[in-house]
Design a protein around this ligand. Structure first.
Ligand code: FES
Length: 220
């Protein structure tokens, strides 16, 4: 069945804004969607005094919604400070596009996530924040999982309360995670597992990561 797109999505797909690359960019990030593997690259010009994003362009390696959401994201980002960008949510993008089909919601998650990643890198490069190294204990692993997003909602699996069990054995270097997933998230099982492994395996000392899923009684 053909997907129903809003007029704005079609406009931004057929005539995307701010396409390309800023040659002397201050920040850059390429991110892939854990849900489908599509990618976006952003390049940004950020004023170091005012912390305002003065220019932003994108290249898309993905679907029509990937292009439309990235295009709308550049419009929303231009002229905003990095703190305002950190507060943007994927729903701000979908609302500005008059909605997206449910199966394409993750495209807006990727669009905003990649932009925030470019801003995050810029902050690290400018000594404003440190690249965090998490500790191999319960709190450290939980903290690292806060960066792991549910591709459907764009909300971290911790904030979304998807973690049912978390067991960490620092001496053995092992981490066991059980997640409860509702029916709507079942299509993202592999993507979520991959994202969890990537985050947890980055913690020094981790040797084994076991991820298990449990069906949730209610959907949401
Ligand atoms: Fe993956 Fe759109 S970004 S289908």
């Amino acid at each position: 069945m053909a997907l129903k797109y809003s007029t704005k999505v079609i406009e931004h797909f057929t005539q995307p804004q701010n396409v390309g690359e800023i040659p002397d960019a201050d920040a850059m990030a390429t991110e892939g969607s854990p849900a489908c593997g599509d990618m976006i690259t952003y390049t940004l010009k950020i004023n170091p005094e005012t912390k305002v994003v003065e220019d932003v362009r994108f290249r898309s390696f993905g679907c029509a919604s990937n292009i439309a959401t990235a295009s709308m994201t550049t419009l929303l980002a231009k002229g905003k400070t990095i703190n305002e960008i950190k507060k943007l949510k994927h729903r701000d993008i979908t609302q500005a596009l008059d909605g997206l089909p449910a199966v394409k919601m993750h495209c807006s998650v990727l669009a905003i996530d990649a932009l925030k990643s470019a801003v995050h890198k810029w902050e690290i490069d400018h000594g404003m924040i440190e690249d965090k190294i998490y500790k191999l204990d319960y709190d450290g692993v939980l903290e690292s999982l806060k960066n792991c997003l549910n591709p459907r909602t764009g909300i971290s699996i911790v904030e979304n309360r998807l973690i049912n069990k978390l067991e960490v054995e620092p001496e053995a270097g092992s981490v066991f995670i059980e997640l409860k997933l509702c029916e709507m998230d079942e299509m993202y099982v592999e993507a979520i597992e991959e994202e969890i492994r990537e985050k947890v395996q980055a913690i020094p000392g981790v040797k084994i990561v076991l991820v298990q899923f449990k069906a949730c009684e209610h959907s949401g």
